[in-house]
Write a protein that binds this ligand. Structure first.
Ligand SMILES: [Mg+2]
Length: 220
């Protein structure tokens, strides 16, 4: 599935790729609607309905990925609420072993995330994997989400890479399409970003269930 001999740079998404998306899905679709319902004295059903409608409007934009934006919009301390659930932040199976092997293989390993810096900090306080990366890139700090071509151009300036010899693993298809448009040659998605949800079967890109399917050590 992956020809490791033709890959020098590995770009890895965080949520839904290295980390179980269950935390994020549970937070935004269950925990937050309950808090919001409580605050406004409305039913959980109408709270969920209202929030989902608002979330849909900005999807894929930097604002959507910004917890400062949502703290302000909803008048709630989103980072504090996330910390209430931080025990639910977990690495996906085999993620640590995969990162160790990539590190040992001397490839350039870069985390590329649309998560806000505050979200990244909360996650890394619980599952610190920062030592395994040559660089961690937060799209907010490049002023463009991965869905936009501007992100890839700015990433290239910040951390030069050869797109023809680069692998991106990301669970978001619009991000993979954007990377392909830029010229990233090797693209993989995750078939089950959230361990509590159904396996995806209709992806536009080849997918893996777990990292043990593509361990780099097996080709050394
Ligand atoms: Mg993701």
């Amino acid at each position: 599935m992956i020809d490791w001999h033709s890959i020098d740079t590995v770009l890895l998404d965080m949520d839904g790729t290295l980390l179980d998306l269950y935390f994020d899905n549970y937070f935004w679709t269950e925990h937050l609607p309950r808090i919001y319902a409580d605050k406004h004295q409305i039913s959980e059903a109408s709270s969920t309905e209202q929030l989902m409608r608002r979330f849909k409007e900005d999807q894929g934009t930097l604002a959507w990925y910004s917890i400062d934006h949502w703290s302000e919009q909803l008048n709630l301390d989103i980072p504090a609420l996330k910390r209430e659930l931080q025990h639910m932040i977990t690495l996906r199976p085999h993620a640590l072993e995969f990162l160790r092997q990539l590190h040992d293989s001397d490839r350039d390993v870069v985390m590329v995330t649309n998560a806000h810096r505050k979200t990244l900090d909360i996650k890394m306080d619980n599952v610190d994997i920062t030592q395994w990366f040559d660089r961690i890139v937060v799209s907010h700090e490049l002023n463009a989400p991965k869905e936009e071509q501007a992100f890839w151009h700015k990433l290239q300036q910040l951390h030069p890479f050869d797109p023809a010899r680069t692998l991106l693993i990301d669970d978001t298809e619009s991000v993979l399409h954007s990377a392909r448009e830029y010229g990233v040659a090797h693209l993989l998605t995750m078939l089950q970003p959230d361990s509590q949800r159904q396996l995806r079967i209709d992806t536009d890109f080849p997918g893996i269930h777990h990292f043990d399917e593509i361990m780099p050590e097996s080709v050394l």
